[in-house]
Design a protein around this ligand. Structure first.
Ligand SMILES: O=C1O[C@H]([C@@H](O)CO)C(O)=C1O
Length: 554
Protein backbone atom coordinates (compact mmCIF):
# COMPACT_ATOMS: atom_id res chain seq x y z
CA UNK A 1 0.00 0.00 0.00
CA UNK A 2 1.18 3.45 -0.90
CA UNK A 3 0.67 5.37 2.33
CA UNK A 4 -0.41 8.98 2.64
CA UNK A 5 1.52 12.18 2.17
CA UNK A 6 1.25 14.37 5.27
CA UNK A 7 2.09 18.02 4.82
CA UNK A 8 3.23 20.44 7.51
CA UNK A 9 4.41 24.05 7.34
CA UNK A 10 6.55 24.98 10.29
CA UNK A 11 8.23 28.18 11.40
CA UNK A 12 10.96 27.99 14.02
CA UNK A 13 11.32 31.04 16.21
CA UNK A 14 12.47 32.17 19.64
CA UNK A 15 9.62 32.99 21.98
CA UNK A 16 9.14 34.06 25.57
CA UNK A 17 7.87 31.08 27.49
CA UNK A 18 7.54 29.82 31.00
CA UNK A 19 8.29 26.09 30.95
CA UNK A 20 8.67 25.94 34.75
CA UNK A 21 7.16 29.16 36.10
CA UNK A 22 10.23 31.33 35.40
CA UNK A 23 9.95 33.18 32.13
CA UNK A 24 12.75 32.50 29.68
CA UNK A 25 13.30 32.13 25.96
CA UNK A 26 12.55 28.87 24.14
CA UNK A 27 12.84 27.74 20.56
CA UNK A 28 9.27 27.13 19.47
CA UNK A 29 7.56 25.90 16.32
CA UNK A 30 4.45 27.71 15.05
CA UNK A 31 4.13 29.41 18.43
CA UNK A 32 4.14 26.10 20.32
CA UNK A 33 6.52 24.62 22.86
CA UNK A 34 7.24 21.75 22.57
CA UNK A 35 6.72 21.73 18.82
CA UNK A 36 3.62 20.14 17.24
CA UNK A 37 3.20 16.37 17.50
CA UNK A 38 3.38 14.59 14.16
CA UNK A 39 1.11 11.59 13.93
CA UNK A 40 1.30 9.31 10.91
CA UNK A 41 0.92 5.71 9.81
CA UNK A 42 3.69 3.36 8.78
CA UNK A 43 4.25 3.81 5.05
CA UNK A 44 3.27 7.50 5.04
CA UNK A 45 5.53 10.23 3.69
CA UNK A 46 6.05 13.28 5.88
CA UNK A 47 6.64 16.65 4.27
CA UNK A 48 7.78 19.37 6.65
CA UNK A 49 8.44 22.71 5.01
CA UNK A 50 10.61 24.29 7.65
CA UNK A 51 11.16 28.04 7.61
CA UNK A 52 13.84 29.51 9.85
CA UNK A 53 12.40 32.58 11.62
CA UNK A 54 15.37 32.91 13.99
CA UNK A 55 17.00 36.26 13.39
CA UNK A 56 20.69 35.41 13.26
CA UNK A 57 21.11 31.68 13.55
CA UNK A 58 20.90 28.58 11.33
CA UNK A 59 18.70 25.62 12.21
CA UNK A 60 18.13 21.93 11.34
CA UNK A 61 15.76 19.25 12.67
CA UNK A 62 16.69 15.60 13.15
CA UNK A 63 13.93 12.96 13.03
CA UNK A 64 15.19 10.73 15.76
CA UNK A 65 14.74 7.01 15.07
CA UNK A 66 13.60 7.46 11.48
CA UNK A 67 16.16 5.68 9.33
CA UNK A 68 15.81 7.95 6.27
CA UNK A 69 16.13 5.05 3.86
CA UNK A 70 16.84 6.65 0.48
CA UNK A 71 16.64 10.21 1.88
CA UNK A 72 19.88 10.74 3.87
CA UNK A 73 19.76 14.50 3.11
CA UNK A 74 16.61 14.71 5.29
CA UNK A 75 18.33 13.41 8.44
CA UNK A 76 18.68 16.94 9.79
CA UNK A 77 22.28 16.95 11.00
CA UNK A 78 24.12 20.22 10.33
CA UNK A 79 27.51 19.68 8.62
CA UNK A 80 26.74 15.99 8.11
CA UNK A 81 23.56 15.59 6.04
CA UNK A 82 22.86 19.19 5.07
CA UNK A 83 23.80 22.86 5.38
CA UNK A 84 22.12 24.60 8.29
CA UNK A 85 19.00 26.44 7.10
CA UNK A 86 19.74 30.17 7.17
CA UNK A 87 17.38 32.78 8.65
CA UNK A 88 14.53 33.42 6.22
CA UNK A 89 15.18 30.23 4.24
CA UNK A 90 12.88 27.23 3.89
CA UNK A 91 14.03 23.61 3.66
CA UNK A 92 11.77 20.70 2.74
CA UNK A 93 12.17 17.62 4.92
CA UNK A 94 10.53 14.83 2.96
CA UNK A 95 10.91 11.29 4.27
CA UNK A 96 9.04 8.04 4.73
CA UNK A 97 8.11 6.70 8.15
CA UNK A 98 8.40 3.00 7.44
CA UNK A 99 8.06 1.48 10.90
CA UNK A 100 5.38 2.01 13.58
CA UNK A 101 6.64 3.25 16.93
CA UNK A 102 7.32 6.09 19.32
CA UNK A 103 9.74 8.67 17.99
CA UNK A 104 10.57 12.34 18.37
CA UNK A 105 12.40 15.13 16.61
CA UNK A 106 14.83 17.74 17.79
CA UNK A 107 17.35 20.39 16.74
CA UNK A 108 20.79 19.03 15.81
CA UNK A 109 22.91 22.15 15.63
CA UNK A 110 24.88 23.53 18.57
CA UNK A 111 22.78 23.37 21.74
CA UNK A 112 19.38 23.88 20.07
CA UNK A 113 17.91 20.85 21.82
CA UNK A 114 18.73 22.41 25.17
CA UNK A 115 17.02 25.57 23.83
CA UNK A 116 13.78 23.58 23.54
CA UNK A 117 13.65 22.66 19.86
CA UNK A 118 11.85 19.31 20.03
CA UNK A 119 8.54 17.51 19.70
CA UNK A 120 6.94 14.06 19.33
CA UNK A 121 6.60 11.90 16.24
CA UNK A 122 4.23 8.97 16.59
CA UNK A 123 3.88 6.35 13.88
CA UNK A 124 0.86 4.05 14.04
CA UNK A 125 0.70 0.70 12.30
CA UNK A 126 -0.13 0.81 8.59
CA UNK A 127 -3.74 1.29 7.51
CA UNK A 128 -5.66 -1.96 7.95
CA UNK A 129 -3.04 -3.48 10.30
CA UNK A 130 -3.54 -4.16 13.99
CA UNK A 131 -1.27 -3.23 16.90
CA UNK A 132 0.04 -6.42 18.45
CA UNK A 133 -0.65 -5.18 21.99
CA UNK A 134 -4.19 -4.55 23.22
CA UNK A 135 -5.11 -1.35 25.03
CA UNK A 136 -8.10 0.95 25.56
CA UNK A 137 -6.41 4.33 25.23
CA UNK A 138 -3.01 5.94 24.97
CA UNK A 139 -0.91 8.87 26.15
CA UNK A 140 2.33 10.33 24.97
CA UNK A 141 4.91 12.07 27.13
CA UNK A 142 8.09 13.72 25.94
CA UNK A 143 10.66 14.21 28.69
CA UNK A 144 13.25 16.99 28.73
CA UNK A 145 15.44 19.02 31.06
CA UNK A 146 15.52 22.78 31.36
CA UNK A 147 18.15 25.37 32.33
CA UNK A 148 17.54 28.99 33.15
CA UNK A 149 20.75 29.92 31.38
CA UNK A 150 20.27 30.31 27.62
CA UNK A 151 21.74 27.86 25.13
CA UNK A 152 24.14 30.40 23.62
CA UNK A 153 25.73 31.09 26.98
CA UNK A 154 25.92 27.32 27.53
CA UNK A 155 27.80 26.96 24.24
CA UNK A 156 30.26 29.66 25.23
CA UNK A 157 30.69 28.16 28.71
CA UNK A 158 31.43 24.71 27.32
CA UNK A 159 34.03 25.86 24.83
CA UNK A 160 35.74 28.40 27.11
CA UNK A 161 39.19 27.90 28.66
CA UNK A 162 38.85 26.64 31.29
CA UNK A 163 35.57 24.96 30.39
CA UNK A 164 32.58 26.02 32.49
CA UNK A 165 30.33 23.00 32.91
CA UNK A 166 26.60 23.65 32.40
CA UNK A 167 25.74 21.88 35.65
CA UNK A 168 22.52 20.10 36.45
CA UNK A 169 19.22 21.34 34.98
CA UNK A 170 16.94 23.54 37.05
CA UNK A 171 13.80 21.61 36.11
CA UNK A 172 12.66 18.35 34.52
CA UNK A 173 9.83 18.82 32.04
CA UNK A 174 7.01 16.47 31.01
CA UNK A 175 5.59 17.61 27.67
CA UNK A 176 7.43 20.89 28.19
CA UNK A 177 5.92 21.52 31.64
CA UNK A 178 7.64 21.54 35.03
CA UNK A 179 7.52 23.46 38.29
CA UNK A 180 10.49 25.43 39.60
CA UNK A 181 8.81 27.99 41.82
CA UNK A 182 6.53 25.55 43.56
CA UNK A 183 5.98 21.83 44.09
CA UNK A 184 2.90 19.75 43.36
CA UNK A 185 4.00 17.52 46.23
CA UNK A 186 4.51 20.28 48.84
CA UNK A 187 1.61 18.90 50.97
CA UNK A 188 3.38 15.55 51.40
CA UNK A 189 7.02 16.64 51.53
CA UNK A 190 9.08 18.01 54.40
CA UNK A 191 11.05 20.34 52.15
CA UNK A 192 10.42 24.09 52.15
CA UNK A 193 8.93 24.11 48.63
CA UNK A 194 5.67 26.03 48.43
CA UNK A 195 2.54 24.39 47.04
CA UNK A 196 1.63 25.25 43.44
CA UNK A 197 -1.40 27.47 43.08
CA UNK A 198 -2.42 26.56 39.58
CA UNK A 199 -5.50 27.35 37.59
CA UNK A 200 -4.43 24.76 35.04
CA UNK A 201 -4.00 27.09 32.07
CA UNK A 202 -0.45 28.20 32.94
CA UNK A 203 2.31 27.25 30.50
CA UNK A 204 3.93 25.30 33.34
CA UNK A 205 0.78 23.60 34.66
CA UNK A 206 1.29 19.82 34.49
CA UNK A 207 -0.05 17.81 31.60
CA UNK A 208 -2.67 15.63 33.39
CA UNK A 209 -3.27 12.04 32.24
CA UNK A 210 -7.02 11.37 32.54
CA UNK A 211 -8.00 7.72 32.89
CA UNK A 212 -11.03 5.58 33.64
CA UNK A 213 -10.84 2.77 36.21
CA UNK A 214 -10.15 -0.78 35.05
CA UNK A 215 -8.81 0.02 31.63
CA UNK A 216 -5.45 -0.63 30.04
CA UNK A 217 -3.50 2.28 28.58
CA UNK A 218 -0.44 2.59 26.45
CA UNK A 219 1.98 5.23 27.67
CA UNK A 220 4.48 6.35 25.05
CA UNK A 221 7.59 7.89 26.57
CA UNK A 222 10.57 9.51 24.86
CA UNK A 223 13.50 11.36 26.38
CA UNK A 224 15.05 14.29 24.57
CA UNK A 225 16.95 15.55 27.62
CA UNK A 226 20.16 17.46 26.97
CA UNK A 227 21.83 15.80 29.94
CA UNK A 228 19.67 13.97 32.47
CA UNK A 229 19.22 10.21 32.64
CA UNK A 230 15.82 9.57 34.18
CA UNK A 231 13.83 7.05 36.15
CA UNK A 232 10.07 7.05 35.59
CA UNK A 233 7.36 5.61 37.83
CA UNK A 234 3.58 5.66 38.07
CA UNK A 235 2.72 5.54 41.78
CA UNK A 236 1.15 2.17 42.79
CA UNK A 237 0.94 0.96 39.18
CA UNK A 238 3.02 -1.68 37.45
CA UNK A 239 4.20 -1.03 33.93
CA UNK A 240 4.58 -3.64 31.21
CA UNK A 241 7.39 -2.56 28.89
CA UNK A 242 6.51 -3.49 25.29
CA UNK A 243 8.38 -1.21 22.88
CA UNK A 244 11.77 0.47 22.72
CA UNK A 245 12.94 2.89 19.98
CA UNK A 246 10.22 1.71 17.60
CA UNK A 247 10.87 -2.01 18.09
CA UNK A 248 8.73 -4.54 19.93
CA UNK A 249 10.07 -6.10 23.10
CA UNK A 250 9.43 -9.33 24.94
CA UNK A 251 7.05 -7.74 27.49
CA UNK A 252 8.33 -7.44 31.08
CA UNK A 253 6.82 -5.86 34.14
CA UNK A 254 8.47 -3.18 36.32
CA UNK A 255 7.64 -0.72 39.09
CA UNK A 256 9.87 1.97 37.58
CA UNK A 257 12.15 2.28 34.57
CA UNK A 258 15.30 4.06 33.47
CA UNK A 259 15.20 6.24 30.36
CA UNK A 260 18.33 7.72 28.86
CA UNK A 261 18.45 10.66 26.50
CA UNK A 262 17.62 9.49 22.99
CA UNK A 263 15.53 6.50 24.06
CA UNK A 264 11.83 5.91 23.65
CA UNK A 265 9.53 3.28 25.14
CA UNK A 266 5.94 2.19 25.32
CA UNK A 267 4.54 0.70 28.49
CA UNK A 268 1.08 -0.70 29.22
CA UNK A 269 -0.53 -0.06 32.58
CA UNK A 270 -3.90 -1.01 34.01
CA UNK A 271 -5.92 1.36 36.16
CA UNK A 272 -6.67 -1.24 38.82
CA UNK A 273 -5.95 0.87 41.92
CA UNK A 274 -8.34 2.58 44.36
CA UNK A 275 -10.37 4.78 41.97
CA UNK A 276 -11.16 7.37 44.66
CA UNK A 277 -7.56 8.62 44.44
CA UNK A 278 -5.27 10.19 41.88
CA UNK A 279 -1.66 9.00 41.48
CA UNK A 280 1.75 10.49 40.76
CA UNK A 281 3.73 10.10 37.61
CA UNK A 282 7.32 10.99 38.48
CA UNK A 283 10.64 11.37 36.75
CA UNK A 284 13.88 11.55 38.73
CA UNK A 285 17.55 11.99 37.86
CA UNK A 286 19.77 8.90 37.54
CA UNK A 287 23.49 8.48 37.07
CA UNK A 288 24.47 12.00 38.15
CA UNK A 289 24.19 13.43 41.65
CA UNK A 290 20.64 14.80 41.54
CA UNK A 291 20.40 18.54 42.06
CA UNK A 292 17.10 18.79 40.23
CA UNK A 293 13.70 18.15 41.84
CA UNK A 294 11.57 15.30 40.55
CA UNK A 295 9.37 16.13 37.58
CA UNK A 296 5.74 15.36 38.42
CA UNK A 297 2.36 15.04 36.85
CA UNK A 298 -0.93 13.43 37.83
CA UNK A 299 -2.70 10.27 36.77
CA UNK A 300 -6.29 11.40 37.21
CA UNK A 301 -8.92 8.67 37.76
CA UNK A 302 -12.38 9.56 36.47
CA UNK A 303 -14.50 11.11 37.99
CA UNK A 304 -12.06 12.63 40.55
CA UNK A 305 -11.09 16.24 40.14
CA UNK A 306 -7.65 16.63 38.55
CA UNK A 307 -6.72 19.03 41.32
CA UNK A 308 -7.17 16.33 43.97
CA UNK A 309 -3.51 15.65 44.73
CA UNK A 310 -2.32 12.14 45.65
CA UNK A 311 -2.34 11.76 49.44
CA UNK A 312 1.07 10.10 49.72
CA UNK A 313 4.56 11.21 48.59
CA UNK A 314 5.68 10.61 44.98
CA UNK A 315 7.52 7.36 44.16
CA UNK A 316 11.06 7.19 45.49
CA UNK A 317 13.56 6.57 42.70
CA UNK A 318 16.44 4.14 43.12
CA UNK A 319 19.61 5.81 44.44
CA UNK A 320 21.20 7.86 41.63
CA UNK A 321 24.37 5.76 41.58
CA UNK A 322 22.74 2.35 42.01
CA UNK A 323 24.12 1.13 38.68
CA UNK A 324 23.36 -2.50 39.51
CA UNK A 325 19.69 -1.52 39.51
CA UNK A 326 20.07 0.19 36.13
CA UNK A 327 21.91 -2.79 34.68
CA UNK A 328 19.27 -5.22 35.86
CA UNK A 329 16.60 -3.12 34.11
CA UNK A 330 18.67 -2.84 30.94
CA UNK A 331 19.33 -6.59 30.84
CA UNK A 332 15.57 -7.28 30.77
CA UNK A 333 15.25 -5.51 27.42
CA UNK A 334 15.03 -8.27 24.81
CA UNK A 335 13.43 -8.47 21.38
CA UNK A 336 9.94 -9.87 20.98
CA UNK A 337 9.96 -13.40 19.60
CA UNK A 338 9.95 -13.28 15.81
CA UNK A 339 11.93 -10.02 15.57
CA UNK A 340 14.81 -9.84 13.08
CA UNK A 341 17.97 -11.47 14.42
CA UNK A 342 21.51 -10.26 13.74
CA UNK A 343 23.89 -11.80 11.20
CA UNK A 344 25.95 -14.39 13.09
CA UNK A 345 29.31 -12.81 12.28
CA UNK A 346 30.81 -9.42 11.56
CA UNK A 347 33.01 -8.13 8.75
CA UNK A 348 34.56 -5.32 10.73
CA UNK A 349 34.78 -4.54 14.41
CA UNK A 350 35.39 -0.98 15.53
CA UNK A 351 36.42 -0.30 19.12
CA UNK A 352 35.53 3.18 20.33
CA UNK A 353 37.18 4.34 23.54
CA UNK A 354 35.38 7.27 25.21
CA UNK A 355 37.69 9.60 27.14
CA UNK A 356 37.55 13.05 28.64
CA UNK A 357 40.61 15.07 27.66
CA UNK A 358 42.20 18.47 27.30
CA UNK A 359 43.04 20.23 24.06
CA UNK A 360 45.02 23.45 24.63
CA UNK A 361 43.40 23.77 28.04
CA UNK A 362 39.85 23.19 26.79
CA UNK A 363 37.99 20.20 28.25
CA UNK A 364 36.84 17.85 25.49
CA UNK A 365 35.56 14.34 24.93
CA UNK A 366 37.44 12.16 22.48
CA UNK A 367 36.89 8.83 20.74
CA UNK A 368 40.13 6.87 20.24
CA UNK A 369 41.79 10.16 21.11
CA UNK A 370 40.00 12.15 18.39
CA UNK A 371 37.56 14.90 19.41
CA UNK A 372 35.03 15.49 16.64
CA UNK A 373 34.83 18.92 15.01
CA UNK A 374 32.37 19.26 12.18
CA UNK A 375 33.51 20.75 8.86
CA UNK A 376 31.97 23.71 7.01
CA UNK A 377 30.88 21.48 4.11
CA UNK A 378 28.38 18.72 4.96
CA UNK A 379 29.97 15.29 4.51
CA UNK A 380 27.13 13.92 2.42
CA UNK A 381 27.86 16.37 -0.40
CA UNK A 382 31.63 16.39 -0.07
CA UNK A 383 31.87 12.59 -0.18
CA UNK A 384 29.38 12.24 -3.01
CA UNK A 385 31.16 14.83 -5.17
CA UNK A 386 34.72 13.94 -4.15
CA UNK A 387 35.55 17.32 -2.61
CA UNK A 388 38.61 16.01 -0.82
CA UNK A 389 39.60 19.27 0.82
CA UNK A 390 36.34 19.40 2.80
CA UNK A 391 37.52 17.21 5.69
CA UNK A 392 40.33 15.08 6.98
CA UNK A 393 40.50 12.12 4.54
CA UNK A 394 42.53 9.97 6.92
CA UNK A 395 40.29 7.36 8.50
CA UNK A 396 40.04 7.62 12.28
CA UNK A 397 41.41 4.59 14.14
CA UNK A 398 39.41 1.35 14.56
CA UNK A 399 41.16 0.60 17.85
CA UNK A 400 42.78 2.22 20.82
CA UNK A 401 46.06 1.29 22.45
CA UNK A 402 45.69 -2.18 23.98
CA UNK A 403 47.54 -1.10 27.11
CA UNK A 404 45.15 1.82 27.81
CA UNK A 405 43.98 1.57 31.42
CA UNK A 406 40.23 2.27 31.37
CA UNK A 407 40.05 2.29 35.17
CA UNK A 408 42.31 5.36 35.65
CA UNK A 409 42.52 8.91 34.31
CA UNK A 410 44.57 8.90 31.11
CA UNK A 411 48.35 9.01 31.61
CA UNK A 412 48.45 11.56 28.78
CA UNK A 413 45.33 13.72 28.98
CA UNK A 414 45.99 15.61 25.77
CA UNK A 415 43.90 14.91 22.74
CA UNK A 416 43.50 16.15 19.18
CA UNK A 417 40.67 17.45 17.00
CA UNK A 418 39.56 15.52 13.94
CA UNK A 419 36.90 15.50 11.25
CA UNK A 420 37.63 12.06 9.72
CA UNK A 421 34.97 9.56 8.64
CA UNK A 422 34.69 5.81 9.11
CA UNK A 423 34.04 4.60 5.57
CA UNK A 424 31.98 1.42 5.82
CA UNK A 425 31.82 -1.02 2.93
CA UNK A 426 28.23 -1.16 1.70
CA UNK A 427 26.12 -4.06 3.02
CA UNK A 428 28.75 -5.29 5.45
CA UNK A 429 28.08 -6.17 9.08
CA UNK A 430 29.77 -3.82 11.50
CA UNK A 431 30.35 -4.38 15.22
CA UNK A 432 30.98 -1.45 17.48
CA UNK A 433 32.41 -2.02 20.93
CA UNK A 434 31.82 1.12 22.94
CA UNK A 435 34.42 1.22 25.68
CA UNK A 436 33.91 3.53 28.63
CA UNK A 437 36.82 4.74 30.74
CA UNK A 438 37.71 6.95 33.66
CA UNK A 439 37.04 10.65 33.06
CA UNK A 440 39.58 13.34 33.95
CA UNK A 441 38.92 13.03 37.69
CA UNK A 442 40.03 9.80 39.38
CA UNK A 443 37.28 7.25 40.17
CA UNK A 444 34.75 9.00 37.93
CA UNK A 445 33.21 7.41 34.86
CA UNK A 446 29.90 8.65 33.49
CA UNK A 447 26.92 7.21 31.67
CA UNK A 448 26.82 7.93 27.94
CA UNK A 449 23.79 7.01 25.80
CA UNK A 450 25.05 6.51 22.22
CA UNK A 451 22.68 7.18 19.34
CA UNK A 452 23.13 5.96 15.76
CA UNK A 453 21.55 7.76 12.82
CA UNK A 454 20.25 5.92 9.75
CA UNK A 455 20.00 2.47 11.37
CA UNK A 456 18.81 0.38 14.22
CA UNK A 457 21.49 -1.81 15.80
CA UNK A 458 21.29 -4.97 17.83
CA UNK A 459 22.60 -4.66 21.37
CA UNK A 460 24.65 -7.83 21.76
CA UNK A 461 25.78 -7.30 25.32
CA UNK A 462 27.11 -5.19 28.15
CA UNK A 463 30.11 -5.84 30.36
CA UNK A 464 32.43 -4.51 33.00
CA UNK A 465 35.96 -3.14 32.61
CA UNK A 466 37.87 -3.54 29.39
CA UNK A 467 36.34 -5.66 26.64
CA UNK A 468 38.31 -8.78 25.75
CA UNK A 469 37.67 -11.04 22.74
CA UNK A 470 36.68 -13.91 24.98
CA UNK A 471 33.53 -12.02 26.05
CA UNK A 472 32.25 -12.50 22.54
CA UNK A 473 31.14 -15.96 23.67
CA UNK A 474 28.54 -14.19 25.85
CA UNK A 475 27.02 -12.12 23.05
CA UNK A 476 23.28 -12.52 22.72
CA UNK A 477 22.64 -13.49 19.09
CA UNK A 478 19.28 -15.10 19.84
CA UNK A 479 17.01 -12.23 20.92
CA UNK A 480 19.06 -9.02 21.23
CA UNK A 481 16.90 -5.89 21.13
CA UNK A 482 16.99 -3.66 18.07
CA UNK A 483 17.50 -0.04 19.11
CA UNK A 484 18.92 3.25 17.93
CA UNK A 485 20.30 4.30 21.32
CA UNK A 486 22.29 2.25 23.84
CA UNK A 487 23.97 3.23 27.05
CA UNK A 488 27.51 2.53 28.21
CA UNK A 489 27.68 2.18 31.96
CA UNK A 490 30.56 3.66 33.98
CA UNK A 491 33.79 1.68 33.52
CA UNK A 492 31.96 -0.73 31.20
CA UNK A 493 31.52 -1.66 27.55
CA UNK A 494 28.55 -2.18 25.24
CA UNK A 495 28.63 -4.30 22.06
CA UNK A 496 26.47 -3.36 19.05
CA UNK A 497 26.00 -4.86 15.58
CA UNK A 498 24.43 -3.30 12.51
CA UNK A 499 24.38 -3.78 8.75
CA UNK A 500 25.73 -0.86 6.73
CA UNK A 501 22.92 -1.04 4.19
CA UNK A 502 21.62 2.54 4.11
CA UNK A 503 23.48 4.82 1.69
CA UNK A 504 24.34 8.04 3.45
CA UNK A 505 26.52 9.70 6.07
CA UNK A 506 25.45 9.03 9.61
CA UNK A 507 26.35 10.50 12.95
CA UNK A 508 26.98 8.16 15.87
CA UNK A 509 27.36 10.08 19.09
CA UNK A 510 26.71 10.53 22.77
CA UNK A 511 23.16 11.90 23.03
CA UNK A 512 24.14 14.11 25.98
CA UNK A 513 24.11 17.37 24.05
CA UNK A 514 27.01 19.12 25.84
CA UNK A 515 29.13 15.99 25.34
CA UNK A 516 28.49 15.99 21.58
CA UNK A 517 29.29 19.69 21.62
CA UNK A 518 32.60 18.80 23.29
CA UNK A 519 33.45 16.33 20.51
CA UNK A 520 31.91 13.03 21.64
CA UNK A 521 30.91 11.51 18.33
CA UNK A 522 32.06 9.84 15.15
CA UNK A 523 30.79 9.81 11.57
CA UNK A 524 30.04 6.72 9.47
CA UNK A 525 29.55 6.74 5.68
CA UNK A 526 28.37 3.92 3.41
CA UNK A 527 27.21 3.54 -0.17
CA UNK A 528 27.24 7.30 -0.84
CA UNK A 529 28.11 6.81 -4.52
CA UNK A 530 24.91 4.79 -4.98
CA UNK A 531 22.77 7.81 -4.16
CA UNK A 532 21.00 9.73 -6.87
CA UNK A 533 20.97 13.49 -6.93
CA UNK A 534 21.19 15.22 -3.56
CA UNK A 535 18.74 18.17 -3.42
CA UNK A 536 20.62 21.43 -4.00
CA UNK A 537 19.01 23.01 -0.96
CA UNK A 538 21.02 20.63 1.25
CA UNK A 539 24.29 21.73 -0.37
CA UNK A 540 24.30 25.54 -0.52
CA UNK A 541 27.26 26.10 1.82
CA UNK A 542 31.01 25.45 1.96
CA UNK A 543 32.64 23.68 -0.98
CA UNK A 544 29.37 22.18 -2.25
CA UNK A 545 27.94 25.70 -2.33
CA UNK A 546 30.91 26.80 -4.49
CA UNK A 547 30.44 23.76 -6.71
CA UNK A 548 26.81 24.71 -7.35
CA UNK A 549 27.85 28.28 -8.18
CA UNK A 550 30.49 27.08 -10.64
CA UNK A 551 27.99 24.76 -12.34
CA UNK A 552 25.65 27.70 -12.72
CA UNK A 553 28.30 29.85 -14.38
CA UNK A 554 29.75 27.19 -16.67
O1 LIG B 1 31.56 16.76 30.48
C1 LIG B 1 31.46 16.95 31.69
O2 LIG B 1 32.20 17.86 32.39
C2 LIG B 1 31.77 17.81 33.75
C3 LIG B 1 32.91 17.48 34.66
O3 LIG B 1 33.52 16.30 34.24
C4 LIG B 1 33.97 18.55 34.63
O4 LIG B 1 33.48 19.74 35.18
C5 LIG B 1 30.75 16.77 33.77
O5 LIG B 1 30.12 16.39 34.85
C6 LIG B 1 30.57 16.29 32.54
O6 LIG B 1 29.71 15.36 32.19
Amino acid sequence: MGGKARHFKWEVEYMHWSPDGEEGVVMGINGQFPGPTIRARAGDTIHVELTNRLHTEGVVIHWHGIRQIGTPWADGTASISQCAINPGETFLYRFKVDKAGTYFYHGHYGMQRSAGLYGSLIVDVAEGEKEIFQYDGEFNILLSDWWHKGSHEQEVDLSSNPMRWIGEPQTLLINGRGQFNCSLAAHVSNSSASPCKLRGNEQYAPHILRVHPNKTYRLRIASTTALASLNLAIGNHKMLVVEADGNNLQPFSVDNMDIYSGESYSVLFTTNQDPSKNYWISISVRGREPRTPQGLTILNYHPNSASKLPPSPPPIAPRWDDYEYSKSFTNKILALKGSPTPPPTHHRRIFLLNTQNFIDGHTKWAINNVSLVLPATPYLGSIKYGLNAAFNRKSPPDRFRPDYDVMRPAANQNSTYGSGVYMLRFNTTVDVILQNANALRANVSEIHPWHLHGHDFWVLGYGEGKFTEKEEAKFNLKNPPLRNTAVIFPFGWTALRFVADNPGVWAFHCHIEPHLHMGMGVVFAEGVRRLGKIPNEALGCGLTGKMLMNNLHN
